[in-house]
Design a protein around this ligand. Structure first.
Ligand SMILES: NC(=O)c1ccc[n+]([C@@H]2O[C@H](COP(=O)([O-])OP(=O)(O)OC[C@H]3O[C@@H](n4cnc5c(N)ncnc54)[C@H](O)[C@@H]3O)[C@@H](O)[C@H]2O)c1
Length: 381
């Protein structure tokens, strides 16, 4: 297949991870792009990526129209630009009948999110939102353990994503990624929750299937002069009686990308950390701790399917991204070949993205009401 990329100009961050992951799957080639709003950077990126100059576009809208009109146009587009652009860009490609992979958070408002869900659904298009941590094999196994009932009923979830890169005003020191994430016009109504709290929300939902019912959130801006929060403490009540606590932070000195979850059920518990992704701790009631490893014994088919290297050879974040891209690209290939599958591929979708947007809004709403409990049911899709 062929794909186009929006974003990924010189000095950018995550677009390179999208590209590396897609390359790893060997499912699609990069043939078109709008890598930057600046013409020179656009051309620099295109030549370094081997994209023909007639397929570099000055704007995403021109790219959507011209690629849709081509016989050999792109099969899907990757949107890897700041949050403020996601909605209009994704919509432009959906309108042209082009499948979309967009980064998180999906968009600014719940209405926009629902519009994207419905548009993709009505047009029969696949829309992935790159919550890529769900691609780790041991996260897949954790999900299987919960789904197969081995944890019993989930009672308590503790999840966090501490980082420290915004502990000082790096947005004043030329850090582009910090500049737009702390600017409401480009990031939206939230910095910390939108940027990394959404990963926590998505991960817990993916692994446990729990549905949030109520939220009480305390969003704090520790670094003076910053218009958006850089730390959040979020208490959760789930449907069915389970409770949870989420802590995303960008000011936690000494922490890097510490996404982690602990899930406690009536029969067992499990624990996983993103910085040691090849280890899953599992404890059955009355039994000693079991340490499961990627590629090691005791894993089910989901973890085995997404294991790319033998046990003990770390493959890391790129492989997790490649796993969600492989599932997405398999779905696209099946659609192109008009092949139906009994078991749909598992990748994070636009519906997950909508759930994330609603979560951000509920956290902000609760915080504005002095951390009052607010009804926080997922949007009806
Ligand atoms: N899924 C994840 O784990 C993950 C990780 C990091 C970032 N992200 C998300 O990815 C997105 C990008 O984040 P980043 O840190 O890579 O940002 P970045 O600032 O490093 O890169 C953004 C790129 O988009 C380009 N750009 C901006 N507006 C554009 C436009 N109108 N047309 C074309 N190009 C344009 C910029 O020139 C730049 O090349 C954000 O939404 C962020 O939340 C997701």
């Amino acid at each position: 297949m062929k794909y186009g990329l929006i974003g990924g100009g010189p000095g950018s961050f995550i677009a390179g991870v999208h590209r590396a992951a897609i390359d790893m799957t060997r499912a699609a080639d990069l043939v078109a792009g709008c890598f930057s709003r600046k013409a020179e950077k656009n051309r620099t990126a295109a030549s370094s990526l081997g994209v023909a100059f007639d397929r570099i576009y000055a704007s995403y809208s021109e790219m959507a129209e011209r690629e849709a009109a081509r016989e050999d146009g792109i099969d899907f587009v990757v949107v890897a630009t700041p949050n403020s652009t996601h909605y209009t860009m994704s919509r432009a490609f959906l309108e042209q009948g082009i499948d979309v992979s967009c980064d998180k958070p999906l968009c600014f408002t719940v209405d926009e999110a629902l519009d994207l869900v419905r548009t993709a659904r009505d047009k029969g298009l696949f829309f992935m939102v790159t919550y890529a941590y769900t691609g780790y094999p041991l996260v897949r196994h954790a999900r299987e353990l919960v789904r197969s009932g081995q944890l019993g009923d989930v009672r308590v979830v503790i999840a966090e994503y501490p980082q420290d890169w915004l502990a000082d005003r790096v947005e004043d020191q030329g850090n582009v990624q910090a500049q737009w994430r702390t600017d409401p016009a480009q990031a939206g109504i939230s910095c910390c929750v939108g940027d990394i709290g959404t990963h926590v929300e998505n991960m817990v939902h993916f692994v446990t299937g729990l549905e949030i019912e109520k939220i009480s959130a305390t969003l704090t801006t520790f670094v003076k002069g910053r218009p958006l929060e850089d730390n959040a403490l979020i208490a959760i009540k789930y449907k069915g009686g389970a409770v949870g606590h989420y802590w995303p932070s960008q000011v936690a000195i000494g922490r890097e990308n510490g996404l982690a979850f602990r899930v406690y059920g009536t029969e067992a518990s499990l624990e996983w950390e993103q910085e040691t992704p090849d280890v899953l701790k599992f404890t059955k009631k009355g039994h000693p701790l079991t340490i499961l490893t990627r590629g090691g014994p005791g894993l089910g088919p989901e973890a085995t399917r997404w294991t790319r290297l033998p046990a003990g050879h770390p493959d890391g974040l790129f492989a997790a991204w490649a796993n969600i891209y492989e599932a997405y690209c398999n779905s696209l290939k099946n659609k192109i070949r008009k092949k139906t599958c009994d078991e749909p591929e598992v990748f994070p979708t636009v519906a997950d993205g909508a759930r994330g947007v609603k979560f951000v809004h509920d956290c902000v709403k609760s915080n504005r009401a002095d951390s009052a409990w607010v009804d926080a049911a997922a949007p009806v899709l």
